[in-house]
Design a protein around this ligand. Structure first.
Ligand SMILES: Cc1cc2nc3c(=O)[nH]c(=O)nc-3n(C[C@H](O)[C@H](O)[C@H](O)COP(=O)(O)OP(=O)(O)OC[C@H]3O[C@@H](n4cnc5c(N)ncnc54)[C@H](O)[C@@H]3O)c2cc1C
Length: 399
């Protein structure tokens, strides 16, 4: 497929180096990932191991792995704007195929040099390996302060007990970052631990099926007296919440950025179809019932892009983290809701074809739905934004 929008329409907004990076990411997405979408769909998002290896190698050859990690760890050291430009391209592909591009959770940098060598560097070299991040529990979702997982001192270091739900990549990860409470003097100290999945006491309870097709599962994992050494604590005892807040900003902006890529793709495909398809003696695009929803989607995409780019620029300018946090929530809220609307409208534009799994709009309609749920539901984003209105004031929140 060809795309109708060109980065050149945004002259002067990006440096030549940034536009080169965007073009490189775009070529990788269009030449390596998009041709695999149908095969992935037929296999519920899974691809053969040799195909995954090839994607990793091509990503490394295109210098797209480990975007925000510093080059000394094997990453690219991108600014947030550069990371935005690449992730927008990744968002144009269905079936979560960009998940195969080597990357890891940034809290791994809090590990010891040995842990960084063991878990992070091989991933960023494209040699394989995945990380998972386990916070959510059966009775603790939107309110993570209620987690029941505990870590007690033991002869080996720490013993972890608890059960985590929806652990993305928990089925393939070679290390799981687990949030648990260290109890000291009756106080709960949220702390992150590195746990290897083959440690005694780690049990995979179930791997439920979900609406989207995705490269990995989101299993429920139980930890019963799992012994980990002292150095399995990352970022210090009691620092789990702070580390997580910093990560949420990037994750929420990431969801917005991928949603923008999805809208770009949906508009490309649905507009091309509406211009070509004839019914009742004219192009369906000439019916306002078809072209106006596309116009609304284009407006959603353009507005969301301004907001998300503003957040990326604020991160690069090291703006007040509290305002950045609220703005990232706005970007996630607006784009995740808008992208889902856009996918629904695109299905309608395609008619019966839009309901086929081979159709990009059908896949996005299923895949984008979770963006309104994970990394904080839309309601939780509204709570954060409302709190910013109260604490920082209207002007600082909206400008
Ligand atoms: C596919 C998938 C992958 C995931 N991957 C991971 C992962 O890798 N690691 C991880 O830790 N978690 C993961 N999650 C969990 C995800 O972050 C949670 O599902 C999400 O935070 C919501 O929690 P919950 O499902 O328990 O819903 P609940 O918190 O029970 O919420 C249910 C409903 O109540 C609303 N609600 C709750 N509290 C309030 C409030 N205070 N005000 C207004 N409304 C409220 C919510 O918005 C929602 O509509 C994943 C989830 C999915 C579906």
């Amino acid at each position: 497929m060809t795309t109708s929008l060109s980065p050149a329409t945004t002259i002067d907004e990006f440096t030549p180096e940034q536009l080169e990076l965007q073009a490189r990411a775009r070529a990788f997405v269009e030449n390596v990932l998009m041709p695999l979408e149908q095969e992935a769909q037929k296999n519920d998002g899974r691809l053969p191991a040799e195909t995954v290896t090839r994607i990793r190698q091509e990503a490394v050859a295109a210098r797209l792995q480990g975007g925000r990690f510093a080059p000394q760890y094997g990453g690219q050291g991108w600014s947030m704007v550069e990371w935005f430009l690449v992730n927008e391209q990744f968002g144009r592909v269905t079936n979560g195929l960009h998940w195969h591009v080597p990357n890891a959770y940034n809290v791994l940098l809090q590990g010891t040099p040995d842990q960084i060598d063991r878990y992070l560097r091989p991933i960023l070299r494209g040699e394989g390996g995945d990380t998972a991040y386990a916070v959510t529990e059966e009775h603790s979702g939107s309110d993570p302060s209620t987690i029941a997982t505990t870590a007690r001192r033991s002869d080996a270091g720490w013993a972890i007990d608890g059960e985590k739900w929806f652990v993305t990549s928990g089925d393939v990860a070679n290390v799981i970052i687990v949030m648990g409470n260290v109890i000291e003097d009756g106080e709960k100290l949220p702390t992150l631990f590195l746990v290897e999945p083959d440690a005694p006491g780690v049990e995979f309870v179930e791997d439920p099926a979900y609406s989207h097709s995705f490269p990995h599962g989101h299993p429920t994992i139980r930890f019963t007296g799992v012994e980990v050494p002292e150095e399995a604590v990352i970022g210090g005892i009691g620092n789990g919440d702070d580390l997580q807040r910093a990560w949420f900003t990037e994750e929420r902006l990431g969801i917005a950025t991928h949603g923008l890529g999805a809208m770009w793709r949906l508009l490309d495909e649905a507009t091309a179809w509406a211009l070509e398809r004839e019914q009742g003696g004219s192009r369906i695009f000439d019916y306002q019932g078809v072209s106006f929803p596309l116009a609304d989607s284009a407006t959603d995409a353009a507005v969301g892009r301004l907001l998300a780019l503003q957040v990326a620029r604020m991160v690069d300018a090291e703006a007040d983290l509290k305002i950045v946090h609220a703005k990232a929530s706005m970007a996630k809220l607006f784009v995740s809701e808008a992208a889902h609307r856009c996918a629904d409208r695109a299905v309608q534009v395609f008619g019966g074809r839009g309901y086929m799994r081979s159709n990009v709009a059908e896949r996005f309609l299923r895949e984008l739905r979770v963006d309104r749920i994970w990394e904080g539901t839309s309601e939780i984003q509204r709570l954060i934004i409302a709190r910013a209105l109260e604490r920082r004031g209207v002007e600082r929140t909206i400008h």
